[in-house]
Design a protein around this ligand. Sequence first.
Ligand code: PCP
Length: 382
Amino acid sequence: MTNPFDTVSADAILDGTATDAYFERTERTLEHAGRNPRVVAEVTCDQFPTGEFQAFAGVEDAAQLFEGRDVDVDALREGRLFDGGPVLRIEGPYLEFARFETSLLGFLSGASAFTTNALRARKAAPESLVLSFGARHVHPAITPVVERAGLVAGLDGFSHVAAGEVLGREAGGTMPHALMICFGRGNQEAAWAAFDEAVGEDVPRVALCDTFTDEKDETIRAAETLGDALDSVRLDTTGSRRGDFRHIVREVRWELDARGHEDVGIFLSGGLTPESLRNLRDVADGFGIGGYVTDADPFDFGLDIVAVDGEPVAKRGKLSGTKQVYRTPDGRHHVGLAAADAPADAEPLLEPLVRDGEIVREFDIDEAAARARADVEAVGFE
Ligand code: PCP
């Protein structure tokens, strides 16, 4: 079937057609001139540490670009935090990878940015249930990138069904306002009851309680309708009605408790940020967070040649020579030349990813999440 969407195919990414035109002209020129030097090229954001750590992600997709090519690639592991210096290094004849620069940077820039913002959200409410709701803000083709970023950052789940199939995890979710509106104003009880009858036992009974009347009123009615079956209420109060959201949430908690529903949770969503999570985490049980993660600015990664035929060289503004980056025992990030002595007791972070065109690393979301968690502690992220 021809692709009816404005998306580039996996084949175009893997054969390098998904590139900027100037790389095709560069290839033609180098081939015409009979030049194909052996180079070292590094992907960096900031050259030197800035004091602000960022998360690294997208490396599994990036690795696919180099399979079967005459290159060695070293990279940080997914979920590691870095602060300046290279996150990935390629060594080989330049023409082996020139045309893959565009896709390589694209894989890393978005995924790393999503993961970093998801980590900020995780850090803002470490004890709360935090779910990823941002799939609606991105092209459907990259929803697995968003949901994976959330999982690597330690979020507790996500909403997108097809992304779940790609990642081998199940999506979660309960009801949108559309369901409530299909039953009509005044018929909220019918909507909640029908949901309870229709969906499987494994689906939590989370009643959306902000559609037609106020949150307190709809919450009391949902509790009266579903009784002990009610697990949580979701408040997605729209911005124009929100006023003092913390006060609304506390009121809802009060009314639930006053009716013996202390075990019914309160789940919040809609335009939440780490700041709002910090402000609400002691009065709510969980959060859905979308735009804060998907609005993350892509990282400004660049790929630069830093050595040609064994000699250090770099354009102005970039640092020449093959480098290594380290986590030092005091939780700092150190950038140094690979040939220089490592700082005492430091952990080198650039590790083999591809050797002679073969991917030599396994990728596991849970292990990446464990690395991110450990690094957040080690470096005092945020
Ligand atoms: C929630 C809310 C946001 C969605 C989640 C993403 O959806 O309205 O648009 O969160 P974000 O604001 O952090 O990006 P629903 O309440 O399910 O939306 P709808 O009104 O379509 O039912």
